[in-house]
Design a protein around this ligand. Structure first.
Ligand code: HEC
Length: 116
């Protein structure tokens, strides 16, 4: 009985540890730089050299447009499997979204406005 009880306790500890571990997904603790690197893999180092022609340029884009797009991917109003997955994996907070949008909008870019 004693053994069963301590086994149960050990199992409880194991489950508790597993729950804590699972809730802290690998990227929860990722720094801003690490998140930025993830974006760079597809959008290019400064958001100005996308991996594929159909991947959008982020550099020089309006900050509010970038932030809004990210919120829409997060909330499912804008659907794209690749970006939806990024939002899930990286678990971006509102602060991350604003910082990423601010970062990419301030990079120099090949984006042109009609005025140029
Ligand atoms: C695996 C490749 C990949 C990664 C990694 C990735 N993206 Fe994207 N991103 C895409 C693709 C593809 C699209 C175009 C999706 C669409 O058509 O809606 C896109 C679209 C976007 C858009 C919308 C741009 C526009 O002009 O409408 C923003 C903003 C964006 N990504 C930001 C980010 C940020 C910030 C990160 C890092 C946290 C990131 N992306 C990581 C592939 C990626």
């Amino acid at each position: 009985m004693r053994t069963a009880k301590s086994n149960f306790f050990a199992l409880f500890l194991l489950l508790a540890a597993a729950t804590v571990f699972a809730s802290e997904s690998a990227t929860d603790g990722a720094s801003f730089d690490e998140k930025l690197k993830a974006c760079a893999a597809c959008h290019g180092q400064n958001g100005d050299t996308p991996l594929a022609p159909e991947y959008p340029l982020l550099a020089g884009q309006y900050e509010s447009y970038l932030a809004n797009s990210l919120r829409q991917y997060r909330d499912g109003q804008r659907t794209n499997p690749i970006m939806a997955l990024q939002m899930q994996i990286l678990n971006l907070t509102e602060d991350d979204i604003e910082a990423l949008a601010s970062h990419f909008s301030s990079q120099s870019s090949n984006l042109r406005s009609l005025a140029d």
